[in-house]
Structure formats: C-alpha cells, structure tokens
Design a protein around this ligand. Structure first.
Ligand code: GLU
Length: 421
C-alpha cells in the first residue's frame, strides 16, 4: 500500500464519511441525499490574533464547521488542542449531527477548534484567545444558529468568556449562545458530569442486555479528563470496579480496584494519575488491552486500531471519546462478539444536558438536578434500545444500528424541508 493510501485510511474525516457510506448502503439511502449528508453545510476558518504575556501578539488558526442543520441549530463543542485540523473538526461536526439525531434533540451538528496548546498558555492568554476567537466566529453562532460547548481542553470558565464576549457585542446577556457554562451565569446543574453519567446509563443497559451483573464488573478507562474522570467516579459509586485508568502522561492499575476518590484527589493535586500510590504504573496504550469487562476510551480519536483490536479483552467498549475506534478495528471487534457502544450513543449525555441547559436559558427557568438526571436517563435508555433494535434487525454492530436511526432521522428532515430556492 502506498503512503497516500495509508494516510487516507488514517484520515479521521474519511473515517467519518466511510461510517456514513456503510450505513447509506444498509438503509438504501437515496444517492443525492447521501451526497448531501457526506459534506459539511458550512466551514469557517479564522485567523485569531492574540495578545501574549510578553507584550507581543501571535496568530492562531481556528475553525467552526456546521455539518447539517435540518433538524435545528448547530450544536457542538470547541476543542483547544495542538493537533486540531480542519478535517478533524469536520468529522467531529458530522458526528454531532448523528449524535443529536440519535438522542432525538432538535439540533444539527457543528464543531469548533483552535490549534493551540492550552497547557502552555497563561490564563490571560487563554482568555484573550477565547474572546477573539468568539468574536471571529460570532458571524455564524447564536442561540438560534449554532451553540458551542466544551470539548477537549475547554472548560466552563472558557464558556463563560464566550458567553460574555458574545453578550457584550450585542449589548445584553445572551446565555443561550453557549452551553457548559458555570451554573452562576445560566449553566445547568448536572452538565459537568453529564457525559459520564450518560455513558454509565448505557453501559448499565448493555450489561443488563448481556445478562452481566454490574457489581464488581471490571472497568478500564483511557483518558482522565471531564468524561473519563467522572466516569470513573460514577461507575465506582454504582458498584463497578475501576481497575485501570490513564491520562496523557501514563496510567495506573490495580486488579483489586483503584480508590477512585483518592485517585481524583491525586489528579487534582499533581495534574496526572501517574504517581498514584494505590496502584501500579501502567502504559497508556496498555490500558486498552487491559483485562476487564468494560473498556472506556475517553480521550482522543483513533486509539483502537486494527493492530490492537485483536487484543482488546473487554466485552463492552463504551466510547466516551469521539471517534476512538477506526473502521477496520470496528469490524474486528464486531467479529469477536465485543459490543461497542458507539460515541454518538455513549457520549451523548453531554450534549443532552447541553440541550436542557439551552432550553432553561431560553425559558429563564431552571430545573433541579434530579429532574435533569431523570430526563437524561430517559433519553439515553431510549436511544440505547432503538440502537439495539436496529442492530438486531440488520444483524450489524451497535454503531451501524445507531447510524441507521440517526441518519434516517436527518435524511427525513432534510427531505421534508426540500431544497431552497
Ligand atoms: N463536546 C461534546 C460532544 O462531543 C459536547 C457537545 C455539546 O454539549 O454541545 O458531544
């Protein structure tokens, strides 16, 4: 295979398109509609000048991509990461379209990203970057148009700056322009843990479906950010045994179960799970092949490949990250009888509570946490069942089952609206 073919295979945007192509065939999607859904509706690239602490300024590149808005305004996070590319943002935007459709909330799919290394920027530089990026993309975002949210390395504090910048430009507070905000300025209770909680709900459903008890089921988690850390906490509270976790610095493992509370305290203290004394040091990649019942990839894309897929030992893979499994790996896991709960299902809890946040902001009427978690559970369980039903009916993986539901909904909305003009 020549190099360009290898690169094409590894390109995350082509991976997203290929996932769609496979399901288009399965559901007999009309060719024109398929072509329509294969490309983003709108792509914005911006150059962002940022005043740095040394008094000078530096240019950064950022993107906002809107994939499809037939079912409602665009929705999706903003990622700050040195490896952001336009192709990655396009893939993430397309996945948001399917995610919102699967969970059945009235949003289309969008995503944003800035190529930067927030770990090596001061708070002031980060604020300057966020505000100017917001200003540059403000021509296409808004509560009725496209609503950003947190993603990799973006936080509630950053969402507050987005909300403030957009509001100052308009002259009044517009909390509904962004979700994942601090509760004090119109954020929602439960949003911080929503991705992890949604993941827990669908893992619980999968365990029940497979007839496996939750108590002491062994869990390995790759990634210890917002999704991975809270997944560890909530799953431990629920009775699962968290045996291995990792972050970008490395991992720790303990077959008897890690003390998750202490581990989180260690992470807050030192910035990493590495060095935690309640377990042995483990390699970041080895976590994916760890002996466990449930594997939760909760970091970045393309970590389960055709090389390591044959060595995955979990019976359930719950994708808290977006795009962690490559298509060839997907086929291997399916043929090995491993149930993959796809990203558009397993991590949809975040955008679901983002939807609740947006509704609360628009109504200026805020709900209690119990109500939010109940609403989240209802939507996650329903999406799991619809996915499972489609997967069974077609004899395909849960990913394809989920795509059947999601793509059909988006195709129907797109068709009903017709072409303008
Ligand atoms: N970034 C998250 C995701 O990938 C959340 C998006 C949102 O809440 O809009 O689903």
């Amino acid at each position: 295979m020549d190099l360009s073919a290898v690169q094409a295979r590894d390109n995350v945007w082509e991976m997203a398109q290929r996932q769609l192509d496979e399901v288009a065939l399965l559901i007999g999607l009309n060719e024109s509609l398929h072509g329509y859904l294969r490309v983003p509706k709108r792509v914005l690239e911006v150059s962002v000048p940022v005043r740095m602490d040394d008094g000078g300024f530096r240019m950064f590149t950022g993107y906002r991509v809107q994939h499809n808005m037939a079912r409602g305004p665009g929705k999706g996070g903003i990622r700050f990461h040195p490896d952001v590319t336009l192709d990655e943002v396009k893939a993430l935007a397309m996945w948001m379209t399917w995610k919102c459709a699967l969970i059945n909330i009235p949003f289309g799919g969008a995503k944003g990203g800035v190529i930067c290394d927030p770990k090596h920027m001061s708070m002031q530089e980060l604020e300057n970057l966020t505000r100017r990026f917001t200003s540059e993309i403000s021509i296409i975002i808004g509560p009725e148009k496209d609503i950003p949210a947190p993603d990799v390395y973006t936080t509630p504090k950053i969402m507050a700056w987005i909300m403030d910048t957009f509001s100052m430009q308009h002259g009044y507070s517009i909390p509904g322009v962004v979700t994942g905000k601090p509760v004090a300025i119109g954020g929602s209770l439960g949003r911080d843990k929503a991705t992890a909680r949604g993941c827990l709900y669908v893992v619980d459903e999968a365990m029940a479906t497979l007839g496996k008890p939750v108590e002491n089921a062994r869990v390995a988690i790759q990634g210890f950010g917002n999704a991975g850390m809270y997944a560890a906490q909530l799953m431990a509270e629920r009775g699962y045994r968290v045996v291995a976790v990792s972050d970008s610095h490395g991992g720790v493992a303990n077959d008897k179960g890690l003390d998750v509370k202490q581990l989180i305290a260690h992470k807050f203290e030192t910035g990493s799970v590495v060095g935690f004394t309640g377990g042995e040091r483990a390699d970041n990649r080895a976590i994916l092949e760890y002996d466990c019942d449930v594997l939760v990839p909760a970091a970045l894309e393309k970590v389960i490949t055709r090389e390591n897929a044959p060595r995955v030992r979990a019976q359930i893979v719950a994708e808290a990250a977006n795009g962690p499994t490559m298509p060839e790996a997907d086929d291997i896991l399916f043929s090995r009888g491993i149930m993959v709960l796809p990203d558009i299902l397993a991590n949809a809890g975040g955008v679901t509570v983002s939807y609740f946040e947006w509704v609360q902001d628009l109504q200026a009427n805020f709900w209690d946490e119990e109500e939010i978690n109940e609403g989240l559970k209802r939507k996650m369980v329903r999406a799991f069942r619809e996915t499972y039903e489609q997967a069974r009916r077609h004899g395909v993986s849960m990913r394809k089952g989920a795509y059947c539901v999601a793509v059909s909904r988006v195709a129907e909305a797109t068709k009903l609206r017709g072409l303008y003009p």
